[in-house]
Design a protein around this ligand. Sequence first.
Ligand SMILES: *[C@@H]1O[C@H](CO)[C@@H](O)[C@H](O)[C@H]1NC(C)=O
Ligand SMILES: *[C@@H]1O[C@H](CO)[C@@H](O)[C@H](O)[C@H]1NC(C)=O
Ligand SMILES: *[C@@H]1O[C@H](CO)[C@@H](O)[C@H](O)[C@H]1NC(C)=O
Ligand SMILES: *[C@@H]1O[C@H](CO)[C@@H](O)[C@H](O)[C@H]1NC(C)=O
Ligand SMILES: *[C@@H]1O[C@H](CO)[C@@H](O)[C@H](O)[C@H]1NC(C)=O
Length: 348
Amino acid sequence: MLSTSFSIPCAALSLLAILNGVLSSPIVIDSRAVLPLTVNTIYQFENIGSWVENLAVQKNGQLLVTRVDTPELLQIDPTNKFAPITVATFPSTYSGTLGITETTDGIFYVVAGAPVNGSFIKTSGVASVFQINMNTFKLNSKGIITCNATVHKVADLPNAGFLNGMTTLSDTLLLIADSYLGVVWRVDVCNGESTIIIDDPKMKYLPGAFTNLGINGVKIRDSYLYWSNTGNPIFSRIPINSDGNATGIAEVVAAVNNSDDFVFGPDGTAWMCQNQLESLSTVKNGVTTLVAGNPSSIILAGVTAGEFGRLSTDSHILYLTTNGGLGVPVNGSITTGGKIASIDTSVY
Ligand SMILES: *[C@@H]1O[C@H](CO)[C@@H](O)[C@H](O)[C@H]1NC(C)=O
Ligand SMILES: *[C@@H]1O[C@H](CO)[C@@H](O)[C@H](O)[C@H]1NC(C)=O
Ligand SMILES: *[C@@H]1O[C@H](CO)[C@@H](O)[C@H](O)[C@H]1NC(C)=O
Ligand SMILES: *[C@@H]1O[C@H](CO)[C@@H](O)[C@H](O)[C@H]1NC(C)=O
Ligand SMILES: *[C@@H]1O[C@H](CO)[C@@H](O)[C@H](O)[C@H]1NC(C)=O
């Protein structure tokens, strides 16, 4: 039990009632819900091996999700009205899709990854960034595409190690985590130029870590770049300027084990996806709290990334992607198909 809520014994309540006259309303000491938070499955792929990696929420509420195991971008309806719709398929020289971010309205960028081996060392090809213009994408009432998204490559990154999470610095500049090299690349989508803009020891995996993945998710908040690190159990940040240059030193925000991507909630709480721990934790005021999933449960097995809804009706809903436990199987042997899940965070 991880509940932090508690009730005041009746006797104490009676005493308070006597002291205060009439007790007009219940005393709320702590509104946090009983943990773990409830996980709802929106859509689960049948096939074991379906590695759902990352997601972006469109202005219209529809989710765009990426897959590490196949170079595709899918649209998923959070109400599950339609089966997943393939928005874009990238050439087979790419092994899969990873980070995704929006710059201006409806303009998304996606990382298409080059094949790597089990040590995350590239075996062929080159990683690229593609632009996906969703403003041209139209579906009919049956969920059939009547007009495709417009897709074009904006950059090749031949010197990248393993590109992973991505975020928006400006309308034309993207920041991408390179998990293998432990650096952040800046990509200019106008001219395709890429440069290592931040290289910090807190972005590297530790020597002897269980994986060769360091920095994983990246997000900008209040002029700080925050990042998770899979192979070093720290969640860190560094101040940056409008060019993405560091303007100060990196600092550790909290200790978080096995972190994949993460997202900030409206109140500044960070929601950390702990892929190999099949768990979701929050970081608030430097304190890490397990809020859903656990290493022996399939409910959030291999949780990879999260994003909050953008409609007035779902801005409290955290949407999550999973790989079904492919990184570390539940109890050593159990894997399921990857999925898209949701958690109502208003009760937390
Ligand atoms: C990946 O490739 C590198 C370079 O060829 C090699 O040193 C490493 O052992 C390979 N890792 C795996 C898991 O095959
Ligand atoms: C959308 O693109 C797919 C894949 O290239 C193609 O099969 C389909 O016909 C296109 N749909 C429309 C409406 O153009
Ligand atoms: C960022 O760093 C580059 C290279 O040192 C420099 O040219 C640029 O002016 C810097 N940008 C800002 C906003 O300080
Ligand atoms: C992280 O893992 C270490 C080693 O297994 C453990 O001692 C520590 O309690 C974990 N931290 C959290 C916040 O779960
Ligand atoms: C994993 O093992 C634990 C302890 O034996 C058990 O309670 C749990 O149900 C198992 N998980 C699954 C998904 O079978």
